[in-house]
Design a protein around this ligand. Sequence first.
Ligand SMILES: N[C@@H](CCC(=O)N[C@@H](CS)C(=O)NCC(=O)O)C(=O)O
Length: 227
Amino acid sequence: MQLLGAPLSPFIKKVRIVAAEKAIDYDYDPRPSPLGWPEGFERINPLKRIPALLPDPSNPDYAINDSSAICAYLDRLKPEPALFPAEAEALGRALWIEEFCDSELAAKAGMGVFRPVFFNIATGKAADYEAAKVGFEGLAGTLLTYLEKQLDGKTWFAGDGFSIADIATTCQLYNLSFVGFDVPAARFPNLAAHYQRCSGRPSMAGLIANDQAFVAKAGFELPKQEL
Ligand SMILES: N[C@@H](CCC(=O)N[C@@H](CS)C(=O)NCC(=O)O)C(=O)O
């Protein structure tokens, strides 16, 4: 199988973490990106989004698109370790937190924080930290506050183990951290501790190391912000 999409995408990370946790091998094509689509990519995904997964790379007309669809596919392909809780209520909660992070949090983190910093830098402009800080405070006061409360007295978001909910959250918080917006532990102690717990797993740490090497090679500066 072949996974397509730029490594900095939080949705690509989500799929790669699931694959790594389950030790599933795949070929990886990092080229498709919102900053440039290979010719004919819409044949794979008419919505022109990443990630895309081709179970058979020789057949671009038969893709599985969308990180949630791909993660569910990988989980069925290799059920162990389970990343979707078996118990009904925990599964419902995991899918809700996954959706919360993939939709509203991703939109506000991506458009409001990541893009004004990284897309500017990547296209040769100055990072717009003023806009990014407004974007961060907008999502901190609502979405991060909600997630913080969900973790009260809990180690994981759904059920009693690491799940797709924890992965989806970590990918979005990492996207913020990448451009200098670490979740402040003083304001969000549960979330900051959860982020440390999840981002230190080998499935995520390897991806972070790749990004750091990329940033160093490109000479990008992404200083940490006071929040
Ligand atoms: N719900 C989708 C979201 C995928 C998505 O929005 N990916 C972004 C990159 S992070 C994208 O391809 N955006 C296309 C664009 O901005 O033109 C998923 O979970 O895969």
